[in-house]
Design a protein around this ligand. Structure first.
Ligand code: PXG
Length: 310
């Protein structure tokens, strides 16, 4: 039985390192102790969820798929007509500077760009300037057990927001759609929920993409299903190509999940993790299957082999 950390303990994980020293964050060009960094209460990121973000990992001092994350950040910003006040190169540098300020090599990086301080009123163009900040800290993964045994999930009643309303390809600060599905998962005693789109097709989980394996072939929903096109998802698809495992993007029904030999999730935090049960029913043999295991081991081998950058 794993005891879930309290909110305070979770917050402390981002405020202090393992030695009890306060972590530093980068905010609008300054590096400050986390407790001293401030965001205005008038920031439209806080008032309206108006902003974009990225969740990124560093392994052995190397920022994993750095260019893809930066590209997605700029794409998300462009979609909401938010101008990021830094170049792609400056964004990469500020992440490196934050890691360095905290002496971190294996870390989670949260990069946020908000619309910035403005008045009460939706107009984003009245905001003074975008606010950019970067938090780095220790990793927060699913319990170790889950990687060996697989993780139970549920099917959320909450549907993924349609592309026409708010394209899930935009990684915005508006995560309530996912949070409401996550609450369903927690209420059901599990950590993740798969969400369907309004046409009844499988979209994704609240913070992870989903893959099914049947008869040795892999499939995952396409962008048009209403998903965040995950960086880990793209990496896994390229790994499949290398390993000669057929992998296609196609629309999936719930029955494709229920009748699968294996189901696994991918995400920056989760990496690759098997699904053992859906709504209490076992997937395949109810444990991590051979293809998920191969991909997970290959993923770790690649990450380990990444030589630290100079
Ligand atoms: N779908 C959604 C809705 C996500 O938020 C993914 C898929 C996987 O994408 P990546 O690019 O990470 O492979 C995500 C990513 C967190 C956290 O703090 C969530 C994500 C990533 C990192 C941290 O819960 N979600």
């Amino acid at each position: 039985m794993t005891t879930a950390p309290t909110g305070k303990q979770q917050q402390n994980q981002w405020l202090y390192n393992a030695d009890g020293e306060e972590l530093r964050v980068w905010i609008d060009g300054e590096i400050l102790p986390a407790s001293q960094a401030q965001l205005s209460i008038f920031d439209h990121g806080a008032l309206y969820g108006d902003g974009v973000f990225e969740g990124i990992r560093a392994y052995g001092g190397r920022i994993f798929q750095c260019a893809s994350h930066i590209e997605r950040l700029f794409h998300s910003a462009e979609c909401i007509r938010l101008e990021i006040p830094y170049s792609r190169g400056e964004i990469e540098q500020l992440m490196r500077d934050t890691l360095k300020a905290n002496n971190l090599e294996d870390a989670y990086i949260r990069l946020v760009v908000t619309r910035g301080p403005g008045g009460l009123g939706l107009n984003p163009f009245l905001c003074e300037h975008a606010c950019t900040y970067c938090i780095t800290g220790a990793l927060r993964l699913y319990p170790d057990d889950f990687y060996r045994k697989g993780m139970p999930i549920i099917v959320a009643k909450r549907l993924r927001i349609p592309i026409e309303c708010l394209d899930p390809r935009i990684k915005s600060l508006n995560y309530l759609n996912n949070i409401l599905a996550k609450i369903e998962a927690i209420d059901a005693g599990v950590l993740e929920a798969v969400m369907l789109n309004t046409d009844g097709f499988v979209a994704e989980c609240t913070g992870d993409n989903i893959f099914v394996v049947r008869d040795g072939a892999i499939a995952t929903p396409p962008g048009e299903a209403g998903i965040l096109e995950g960086v880990t998802r793209a990496f896994v698809m390229s790994m499949c190509k290398e390993l000669n495992i057929p992998c296609q993007e196609r629309m999936l029904k719930l029955d494709d999940l229920r009748g699968a030999d294996e189901v696994f999730l991918t995400g920056t935090a989760a990496e690759i993790i098997a699904v053992s049960q859906i709504d209490g029913d076992p997937v395949g043999k109810g444990e991590e299957g051979p293809i998920t295991c191969t991909l997970r081991e290959q993923f770790h081998a690649i990450i380990k082999a990444c030589a630290p950058e100079g």
